[in-house]
Structures are given as structure tokens and as C-alpha cells.
Design a protein around this ligand. Structure first.
Ligand SMILES: [Zn+2]
Length: 164
């Protein structure tokens, strides 16, 4: 379940969803630069922010994760440990504060993984793309103006398929 190629590996391990090698974050979490993310994957070059406003979707993930975690803490302290209300509220509050920064990153990681699939052939596809670009350049066409070749497409992997 936690091997390279599995979604959980890249979500929890905070790796690039396409190559499962590049890191999602530039600095460790404890430095508290929460969204310190490179623009592209340092290994395969995947653009992390798929489109403007892409990370709004991650906010829904963050909401889902945090409500889930808080609900679990509440149920366990209430039903299993049978704490009183004050202690339950303290436990929920502490979980929310401690979990906040991790949740911020986990939600982006999960959201990106929902939109981009693992692709062990990324190298070949990048090469194919570069080859195609070189051909176009040879014909006097600027490939960077041709959006279908250069853009990542809505889901990142769509344009990869177009090229092959
Ligand atoms: Zn990558």
C-alpha cells in the first residue's frame, strides 16, 4: 500500500503524483512555510499548480480531512475514554491546532493526486514532447505558442496522451 506507484505513497509521502520521485515541498513542515512548493516537479517537471485557482479544490480536501479527524477525536474521547465535556473540547482544540499545518499540506497533496495519475513513462513522454517541439521549430513554428503541445491540459496527463 505504501510502495512507489500507489496513490497513498505519493499522497502521504508528499511526492510528485506523476513520477513519485520529486518532492512536493521545498522545506520541512516544522519550518512552517506551509505552501513552500516549487513551481514544477524537480524530477519530471510536472507543473504543480495545474491551472490558476487550482488549489481552491484543496481547501475542500482540507475541510474534509479536518472534520473527519476532529470527529474521530470527539467520538473516541466521548465514547471510548468517556471524558467530560471540557476535556473533550480541549482535546478537539489541541488536535485542530496541531493538525492544522500538516492538514494544509496533506490536502494539497491529495488534491494534486486526484488530478494527476502516476506515470512511470514520464521520461519517454517528455522526450516525445521535446522531439515534437524540435520538429516544429525546424518547420519554423514556435512550439511554445501552440498551446496544445505545451500546456499540461486540465488534468496534466491529458496532453501527454495527445502527444503519443
Ligand atoms: Zn515528478
Amino acid at each position: 500500500m505504501f510502495n512507489k506507484g500507489d496513490k497513498l505513497y505519493s499522497i502521504v509521502g508528499m511526492k510528485c503524483p506523476r513520477c513519485h520521485e520529486g518532492e512536493l515541498w521545498r522545506s520541512p513542515l516544522y519550518k512552517m512555510k506551509l505552501y513552500d512548493m516549487p513551481e514544477n516537479c524537480p524530477v519530471c517537471g510536472l507543473k504543480y499548480e495545474q491551472e490558476p485557482g487550482f488549489w481552491y479544490g484543496a481547501m475542500y480536501m482540507a475541510y474534509t480531512f479536518s472534520s473527519g479527524a476532529l470527529l474521530i477525536v470527539m467520538l473516541v474521547t466521548m465514547l471510548v475514554l468517556k471524558w467530560n465535556l471540557t476535556n473533550i473540547l480541549i482535546a478537539v482544540g489541541v488536535t485542530a491546532v496541531i493538525g492544522f499545518s500538516y492538514n494544509a499540506r496533506l490536502s494539497r497533496s491529495a488534491w494534486l493526486n486526484m488530478n494527476v495519475s502516476y506515470n512511470p513513462n514520464w521520461k519517454k513522454q517528455n522526450e516525445a514532447r521535446e522531439k515534437k517541439k524540435a520538429e516544429l521549430r525546424a518547420q519554423g513554428i514556435d512550439p511554445d505558442e501552440t498551446s496544445s503541445l505545451t500546456s499540461q491540459g486540465h488534468h496534466g496527463f491529458e496532453s501527454d496522451n495527445k502527444i503519443l
